[in-house]
Write a protein that binds this ligand. Structure first.
Ligand SMILES: C[S@@+](CC[C@H](N)C(=O)[O-])C[C@H]1O[C@@H](n2cnc3c(N)ncnc32)[C@H](O)[C@@H]1O
Length: 462
């Protein structure tokens, strides 16, 4: 370290990991006089001590990135990552030019209980979010749990590969191999493998900035049937014309659709999907349907536990029967259906046209919906359920929720960071009654949260 306590790139330091960060990397603190610098180290787990080589310093934040050179004290919960594509199997300690490896499961080198404990401690330390009771996180199966999975397409015609963008510096065109992924449902795993083979027989071109064809593939299953959506960089597309029908003829998927995504950046959802062959949608439980680009919680087994809790009281008792509830960011309508068991009228709101059409509503943003409801001075709902995307509710929706003044608001969130910010915005009118965590994506730092809020007694709608 220099005189100001700033580490130098290449330097070796002995550190203790105090937790994980939001990407599942080990977190150590470097003291530099009165200042503190976070050191992030992939594959280092809470309680471990290691000698770490500094690889980079963040320019605008007190943060450094390092790699384990030697593990000096291992966590008792450490294990050999079961997946052969895991970074730990692709890179020896100190290796500076590793093969592109899949960074999708950064916590896989810890047993499942310790992964969940690391996530609990992370959201408490970083965002002040305290899970109720003993803080146990609710979870399910460790493998084969993903019913919705995406792949980036890379490689060359004839040697095209489906994978993920490789972790670390060597990004760009480097696609990490994900064949045999342990967390995908077997239908999806087999579907991706078979698609890769067929695409290579046909010599389908992967998409690149300069042009090309197949860009992403999105697979979804209902546990039995498989829907594959080919997301191509431009029209016309050989993948859509030749590969799609072939996948259906060979029985590789039950439904094939395609969509165009030509924008730069990493957005996956393209324009309106078109069915190429077979099923246009998957039937989910209880009459729900899911189209080629509609939102599906990746882990329905654990998500079902979260949905069940989301529409009930925090102690698990059913909501008292009521007249009106809103289901904001309704997606495929799972919670809309559950709420209809308790409420005379449930109004879903959803902005994505494909999902809105399936719900039988006009696509509308929550912002517009809430504004129109307030302007019409319509009745106050007894319950508002909201499950926003990662960006959270944000300023304007929180302001509208405060004005709507429902006695109860139940939030589901996939981002502790934005949930904490939304809870702060709602705090003047709403009290947090309970917070529970659901491990919908084992081996990642992801955590799904359900928060029960109740309106403070002194505030009433103006
Ligand atoms: C996290 S998903 C939740 C979907 C559903 N509640 C579920 O659990 O399956 C968020 C949903 O909100 C929709 N959405 C995103 N931004 C929106 C907005 N501003 N207004 C309304 N819906 C939005 C997305 O299309 C997506 O279906």
């Amino acid at each position: 370290m220099n005189m100001n306590g700033i580490p130098k790139v290449g330097e070796l330091l002995e550190v203790d990991a105090i937790g994980i960060d939001d990407r599942g990397q080990g977190l150590a603190k470097l003291e530099a006089g009165a200042d503190e610098r976070a050191l992030l180290v992939p594959g280092l787990f809470p309680g471990e001590r290691a000698s770490v080589r500094i690889e980079a310093l963040a320019r605008h934040a007190p943060r450094a990135h390092g790699r384990v050179n030697e593990l000096l004290r291992a966590s008792p919960s450490r294990r050999e990552p079961p997946c052969s594509r895991h970074e730990q199997h692709q890179r020896a300690p100190g290796d500076r030019r590793p093969k592109p490896s899949c960074g999708g499961c950064p916590l896989m080198g810890l047993n499942l209980d310790a992964q969940r404990e690391a996530k609990r401690a992370w959201i408490l330390r970083e965002y002040g979010l305290e899970l109720e009771g003993s803080g146990g996180i609710i979870g399910g199966a460790e493998f084969d749990y993903r019913w919705s999975s995406k792949r980036v397409v890379g490689g060359e015609p004839g040697r095209l590969r489906l994978g993920s963008r490789a972790a670390g510096k060597r990004r760009g065109d480097h696609i990490a191999d994900m064949r045999g992924c342990l967390v995908d449902h077997p239908r999806i795993r087999d579907g991706f493998d078979a698609l890769e083979l067929q695409a290579n027989e046909l010599g389908i071109e992967p998409w690149r900035e300069a042009g090309g064809d197949l860009r992403y593939v999105w697979a979804k299953t209902n546990g039995a049937q498989l829907l594959l959506t080919l997301i191509c960089g431009a029209e016309p597309s050989r993948a859509a014309r030749e590969l799609g029908p072939r996948l259906h003829e060979l029985g590789i998927a039950d439904g094939i659709a395609w969509s165009v995504q030509s924008s730069s950046g990493n957005a996956i959802r393209g324009g309106a999907p078109q069915v190429i062959a077979g099923l246009a949608q998957l039937d989910l439980d209880a009459g729900l349907e899911l189209g080629p680009l509609g939102f599906l919680q990746p882990n329905p087994e654990v998500a079902a536990l979260a949905y069940r809790d989301l529409v009930a009281l925090p102690d698990g008792q059913p909501m008292p029967p009521g007249e009106l509830a809103f289901d904001l960011y309704a997606g495929a309508g799972v919670t809309t259906r559950l709420l209809r068991e308790r409420f005379e009228r449930v109004i879903p709101c959803e902005s994505y046209p494909e999902s809105a059409a399936r719900l039988g509503i006009e696509p509308q943003t929550v912002e517009d919906f809430a504004r129109a409801w307030l302007d019409a001075a319509s009745p106050t709902p007894a319950l508002i359920v909201a499950n926003p995307p990662r960006a959270g509710l944000g300023e304007s929706v929180c302001a509208a929720l405060r004005e709507l003044a429902a006695p109860r608001v139940h939030l589901m969130s996939c981002s502790p960071q934005t949930l904490a910010a939304d809870l702060d915005r709602l705090r003047p009118d709403y009290q947090l009654i309970a917070l529970r965590g659901y491990d919908t994506l084992p081996h990642t730092a992801h955590l799904e949260l359900v928060a029960w809020l109740s309106r403070r007694p002194q505030t009433t709608r103006a």
